[in-house]
Design a protein around this ligand. Sequence first.
Ligand SMILES: [Fe+2]
Length: 311
Amino acid sequence: MPVNNKIVLNVSVLELKTASLVKLMTKRVKIAHISDLHFSGKQDRRQLDAFDRLLNHFNTVGVDHLVISGDLSHNADQGDWQLVKDKLESHALFHWDKCTVIAGNHDVINLEEEMRFYNALNPLPLLRQKAFARKLADFSLFFQELITGEKGVNKAFPFVKIINFPSVKIALTALNSVYPWYPADNPLGARGSITAGQLRALSHENVLASLRECFVIGLCHHAYRVYGTDSLIDQAFDWTMELKNRDEFLVAMKVIKARIVLHGHFHRFQSYSVEGITFINGGSFRYSPQQYSELLIGREGGIEQKFLSLP
Ligand SMILES: [Fe+2]
């Protein structure tokens, strides 16, 4: 676990001291991005084997960092998080500087349970909010090594992870976009919202100062853009999946000068541009276990992105 070259909101960054490795200095940073694994128990050998193959491939081709943008579990089950952790560990990827994960709605909300308790007990929204916050804290604690890297700390979002690669300094700026289940406002638990506190934290001068020389990548689970067609069916679907305050999110991404935003949630491999920022949807490993997004970032911040399939 690195200590010197990480920041959590306002800690400074280790500077690169070795200028002699010319080859390393010019090498582009390779980031693999996957999403929406939706593991549901260890009996699904096919999926576990497919995950082994993919992680093996990442090590064979030399990926510098892996990003998993949420929905590791299908039913908010810690056992599924453990499966992901075990696989990452067995491929030497469970390290702060090798991998970053964030939670998706399926990691935090068990829809069936929410509905059952709601119908049985009709608990106060405040109680549900508390349970939600506890589950998100559980996730953050479970994956702390890949989040802030601090043991025993369950406070995570937003977090900024700065990695000093020899050729470019990369800042992964992660926000939690999962929003609690509410019967009227979020009936499928799939609508997203990013709290005002998280958005505000990013514009703090210490954060902006830390990001100044970095290639900044934004990260959240929900999509900025879903279908967006005129069809009423699509619009109804969009509503259940959308990031409610995507406009504020976009403003925050501009404030931190994000070049790229990575997300998942909406199971489609796609990239699109919004006001100069490239959004990349990492699709779904569950449904396309052969596919992933590869992002190459050069010394001067030049980027190349491709969706690749395993050979
Ligand atoms: Fe999702």
